[in-house]
Design a protein around this ligand. Structure first.
Ligand code: NAD
Length: 251
């Protein structure tokens, strides 16, 4: 198994892509620190699912946009499992609101949740990895929105994801050679974050995706698992698009 005796922290892992990543890492033997921001029910179900697979997991409630909360979460995780080998920064939010209607508070919330959270988590976890001389792996969940301009209504989100990409490249240099840092940039994925998209918009988007559908969370998780593993020992500072091909081509 890829992750025997490894401990992984996955932020925002009570549902969606984060949950799929946590289950994929657990399936390969990792012990998991599951993180939720509000209600605990979904996160506790993920913990139970992992325990049923024969691995160990704990749930930690933490708002990753708060540096103090992140410090407490990492301490609690290390107190429980002794170390963290793998960090997956997955938590994220999006507000689809036109530029002139989006408030400064909404901008700040998006920046703090999608970008500053990764700074806080990387700093806390990488400090411990260095102290403990761990050959660690960090995977940041970005988006194709951070590579190409997508729509002005998600401007704040797109800006944070572009920031995640450069943070990834800079941190890969800063933390080398012991810690590898990569990002996965998904295109459209079937999760709650997209639950309110209009049906006709989804149909038009699907026509532009070469494989003609949205991804399932598991398809993102498989790539994260590879990057987190020793099989990716020569991969660092990379932004891997997982978007089924997306090129504006429509029949
Ligand atoms: P989701 O809404 O289902 O999950 C987001 C998770 O982040 C939830 O568990 C939520 O509780 C958590 N979260 C939000 N704010 C938090 C906070 N302050 N503290 C802790 N946790 C918090 O959406 P998803 O599609 O699973 O998104 C996961 C990641 O994938 C996000 O970073 C998102 O930007 C990225 N992504 C998603 C898509 C897509 O099409 N679904 C595409 C590209 C990138």
């Amino acid at each position: 198994m890829r992750f025997e005796n490894k401990v992984a922290l996955v932020t925002g892992s009570s549902r969606g892509i984060g949950k799929a990543i946590a289950l994929e890492l657990a399936k390969e033997g990792a012990k998991l620190i599951i993180n939720c921001s509000k209600t605990k029910e979904d996160g506790l179900n993920v913990v139970k699912e992992i325990q049923k697979m024969g691995s160990d997991a704990i749930l930690i409630k933490c708002d990753v946009s708060s540096e103090d909360d992140v410090k407490a979460m990492v301490k609690e995780g290390v107190d429980k499992f002794g170390k963290i080998d793998i960090l997956v920064n997955n938590a994220g939010i999006v507000y689809d609101i036109p530029f002139f209607e989006k408030t400064s508070e909404q901008w700040k919330e998006t920046i703090n949740t999608n970008l500053m959270s990764m700074v806080y988590c990387c700093k806390e976890v990488a400090l411990r990895m260095k102290e403990q001389k761990i050959k660690g792996s960090i995977v940041n969940i970005s988006s194709t929105n951070g590579i190409n301009c997508f729509h002005p209504d998600s401007m704040d989100y797109d800006v944070t994801k572009a920031g995640v990409n450069l943070l990834t490249e800079d941190l890969a240099m800063e933390l080398a050679p012991m810690i590898r840092v990569n990002a996965v940039a998904p295109g459209w994925v079937n999760t709650k974050i997209n639950a309110d998209l209009p049906k006709n918009f989804v149909e038009e988007e699907v026509k532009k995706i070469y494989v003609r559908r949205f991804a399932e969370p598991k398809e993102i998780a498989k790539v994260v698992s590879f990057l987190a593993s020793e099989e990716a020992s020569f991969v660092t500072g990379s932004i891997i698009k997982v978007d089924g091909g997306y090129g504006g081509w429509s029949e």
